[in-house]
Design a protein around this ligand. Structure first.
Ligand code: KG4
Ligand code: ZN
Length: 355
């Protein structure tokens, strides 16, 4: 149950001139807190990464992630408030990612946010992680407004979304199997590169050439049904590496990375551009960790320019998990009077609205 006084406070934020939101994000392996004013102005953005802890396991260990969120959350929030030069009692609302993500990891942020909202007697706003990734663009680009096409490309998602309004998201298509970030991480593991694999593959790809064709049959340049797939590419890489090993043939890891990246990205980029044209939209916003990929960024910029479309790509720190995007997303919930959460808010590892 939401108390009438909290609901009143939430409603009053609609007409308030400056709204400062404290965002909290713990869905995977980053403990993050940030303060954002009016959905656009980032006053602080603190991220405590657990990468070093998970590296020795070759991937995120959910229990380790939850435990370390618990250890880090107090300090991270204190740092975010201090860096924003704002006192807890001057925060107008608390926003928290409640899904999708690792249940135990999400619960740390959700529990903290509930306690803080209760203690400060301010509204708690629940945030969908993928919508938050998209909202990172509002911080990076002052003039970006819906409608636009968003590509959410992360470790768990690859989706082409029609953003019709700040609270109106329609999933047009996406992967039928693995997420693109997952594919990058698997490729890295097969090549013996450390976790997280995406940035490692990116780094090596810049030194190589896309000379290897992983597919016997050429794929169409565009997936007109907007259905993407990465499991076939992963299998092709496994086969390529096994054959090289069996024959004792040397291969260039840099060329493998460049070829894998081109195979994963070219089709995706063309499909996103196609979706924009199909829906008569001229703006495309990239979101999620994979949006920090050098080749994807370059490809989208070049191709969009050729097609007369505009592409928005946040700086890498706003593409990977952070809490500024969570606070930005929540600001737009206030405008449409949605996502106000009660103190029985639970974490949800999957959300059933297509994200
Ligand atoms: O959005 P994110 O930080 O967390 C999730 O919501 O999943 O995305 C993480 C994913 C990982 O799979 C990581 O390997 C990938 O994004 N990634 C990259 C790059 N940086 C992060 N993939 C390719 N190139 C990069 N530069
Ligand atoms: Zn994410």
């Amino acid at each position: 149950m939401i108390s009438p006084s909290i609901r009143k406070k939430f409603n009053s934020l609609q007409t308030q001139q400056d709204v400062c939101i404290l965002g909290i994000e713990t869905s995977c392996d980053e403990t993050a807190a940030a303060v954002v004013k009016n959905g656009r102005v980032m006053l602080s953005n603190v991220i405590s990464s657990q990468i070093a802890l998970h590296r020795k396991f070759g991937g995120v260990v959910p229990e380790v992630a939850s435990r370390n969120h618990t250890l880090a959350i107090n300090t991270v929030v204190d740092e975010a408030l201090a860096a924003a030069r704002i006192k807890p009692q001057d925060v107008h609302a608390i926003a928290v990612t409640y899904g999708a993500g690792l249940a135990g990891a999400l619960l740390v942020g959700v529990s903290y946010a509930k306690a803080a909202a209760y203690a400060l007697n301010i509204p708690l706003i629940k945030v969908n992680h993928i919508e938050a990734h998209v909202a990172a663009n509002y911080i990076a680009f002052e003039d970006l407004k819906p409608p636009f096409i968003a590509l959410a490309a992360s470790g768990g998602h690859t989706q082409i979304i029609q953003v019709n309004g700040y609270n109106d998201y329609r999933v047009l298509g996406g992967t039928a199997d693995d997420a693109i970030g997952e594919a990058f991480d698997k490729a890295a593991r097969l090549l013996g590169l450390p976790y997280p694999g995406g940035p490692e593959v990116d780094r090596l790809a810049r030194e190589g050439k896309p000379v290897i064709n992983f597919f016997k049959n050429t794929k169409p340049a565009v997936q007109k049904d907007l259905r993407l797939s990465y499991s076939g590419l992963k299998t092709a890489l496994v086969n390529y590496l096994n054959t090289a090993k069996m024959k004792g043939e040397p291969f260039s890891a840099a060329d493998v990375c460049a070829s894998f990246t081109a195979a994963a990205v070219d089709n995706l980029a063309e499909t996103v551009l196609y979706a924009a044209r199909q829906h008569n939209l001229t703006d495309i916003a990239l979101a999620g960790g994979v949006a920090s990929n050098t080749y994807l960024r370059q490809k989208m910029l070049t191709r969009a320019q050729e097609e007369g479309l505009r592409v928005f790509i946040p700086p890498p720190v706003l593409c990977t998990d952070n809490a500024a995007m969570v606070a930005a997303r929540a600001y737009y919930s206030i405008i449409d009077n949605t996502h106000l959460a009660a103190l029985d808010l639970n974490a949800q590892s999957r959300l059933n609205n297509g994200f």
